[in-house]
Design a protein around this ligand. Structure first.
Ligand SMILES: Cc1cc2nc3c(=O)[nH]c(=O)nc-3n(C[C@H](O)[C@H](O)[C@H](O)COP(=O)(O)OP(=O)(O)OC[C@H]3O[C@@H](n4cnc5c(N)ncnc54)[C@H](O)[C@@H]3O)c2cc1C
Length: 388
């Protein structure tokens, strides 16, 4: 393809959101270029790792509604590519019975007729052995939930994009964006032009947006991804039907704690704290705060007696948080052919196929298939610094 070629769309950032956006554009027969700063695959953003949770359990109806289509789109990709990307395990939700978070999640599921099993305290341990339900806590299971095979999903969607004629250029860091009716994008390897651009740069979103005169109130935090060893192999194994879990608030922690059954590393279960310490995405390894691990250690001692309360493996990942923890899915306020997908706040993976569809619609000037008002940039008006 010549350097002079004008693409219909350039997508910047080949994480889960950019990869699905590029795939949706290619499905609509749009000439699409997907640019990535690192050589693929890489582990320096937010989309790497073996697993993510997929669930309908949310406090807000709009996420639960969106998940309905997400499950269908994940299944469609599985069929198209002939790979397995999802394993149903159910999601055990625990939390203080009278707390707002717990009640809202339970009510949203019930209101939307999502298959849910309420676990009574006296039957909890026969359903979920080796987990202690704290005093005052209640529990239910979102039976539709499960595990997504994250790395495999990324490989698959990028492969399907290429099969549809899409072009991926990795190892090309975008260094400049010149807005206009035709947008010019410069990288370490070339200069490209397109009718529209989608920025899905994860933790680097504000770096790229600075070329367009916009800054969003985003906070990048490092998450310590901890794996804990079973005292007896198999206690919390996916094959023995141990579910994913989410604790909406506990004595040990203000933010959620979540976990996935032992799967990717034999005998180790992934349990993480849903928050971390602020970092620069290029300097994440210098962020050595481990206070989240202390929280998890205390939590595991109390609630998971079958685990050794010391992490056996610690990896790292980044969240890009918005103040309200809702995503940014919108057109640039002054350049309508630049579209932004950012601030996925540690819960965006499961929505990848639908985010891709919505960002594709925005980039093509189409009416989006969902009400995007919770995700609009104008909600930050007071907090935004304009560099214009
Ligand atoms: C520990 C952890 C657990 C999580 N668990 C869940 C879960 O269970 N369920 C769930 O739904 N979600 C989960 N998430 C959230 C989910 O993984 C993220 O919301 C999602 O991966 C964000 O994807 P992204 O494409 O926006 O960002 P990224 O994956 O970071 O992708 C952005 C890409 O842009 C590239 N880029 C940046 N700047 C440039 C540039 N200048 N030039 C070219 N390329 C550039 C980056 O290199 C990167 O590849 C979790 C996240 C973490 C960290």
């Amino acid at each position: 393809m010549s350097r002079q070629m004008e693409y219909d769309c350039i997508v910047i950032g080949a994480g889960v959101q950019g990869s699905f956006t590029a795939y949706q554009l290619a499905k609509k027969k749009k000439a699409t270029l997907l640019l990535e700063q690192f050589l693929l695959p890489h582990t320096r953003g937010s989309s790497h790792g073996q697993t993510r949770i997929i669930r309908k359990a949310y406090e807000e109806d709009f996420y639960t509604h969106m998940m309905e289509e997400c499950y269908q789109l994940w299944a469609q990709l599985e069929r198209e590519a002939g790979v397995k990307l999802y394993r149903q395990t159910g999601l055990l939700v625990m939390g203080p019975e009278n707390s707002q978070d717990y009640q809202m999640m339970k009510n949203t599921l019930q209101r939307n007729q999502v298959p849910t099993v309420i676990l009574k305290r006296d039957e909890f341990s026969s359903h979920i052995p080796n987990v202690i339900l704290s005093d005052g806590d209640a529990a239910f299971v979102d039976t539709t939930a499960g595990v997504l095979y994250a790395d495999r999903a990324l490989r698959t969607v990028q492969g399907q994009f290429q099969k549809l004629g899409g072009v991926i250029k990795d190892g090309q860091k975008v260094t400049d964006i010149k807005p206009g009716p035709v947008v010019t994008v410069s990288t370490s390897g070339g200069v490209y032009r397109a009718k529209s651009v989608v920025i899905t740069a994860g933790p680097w979103a504000n770096r790229l947006l600075s070329h367009t005169g916009l800054q969003l109130p985003l906070q990048v935090v490092r998450i310590n991804v901890c794996y804990w060893k079973e005292k007896q192999p198999g206690l919390y194994n996916v094959k023995r039907r141990f579910p994913c879990f989410l604790h909406t608030g506990s004595k040990e922690a203000r933010d959620h704690i979540y976990g996935l059954p032992s799967n990717e590393y034999p005998g180790l279960i992934k349990i993480c704290y849903h928050n971390g310490s602020e970092t620069d995405p290029d300097k994440r390894d210098r962020q050595t705060d481990r206070s989240d691990i202390d929280i998890l250690r205390r939590y595991i001692t109390h609630c998971f007696p079958g685990l050794e309360p010391e992490p056996a493996v610690v990896e790292s990942c980044l969240y890009t948080l918005t103040p309200d923890r809702h995503f940014v899915l919108d057109c640039h306020p002054t350049h309508s052919n630049i579209v932004i997908g950012a601030g996925f706040s540690g819960h965006g993976f499961k929505f990848g196929p639908l985010i891709g569809k919505l960002l594709c619609e925005l980039s093509q000037g189409e009416v989006p298939s969902y009400d995007l008002s919770p995700f609009r940039i104008r909600r930050f008006q007071a907090k935004m610094k304009s560099a214009l």
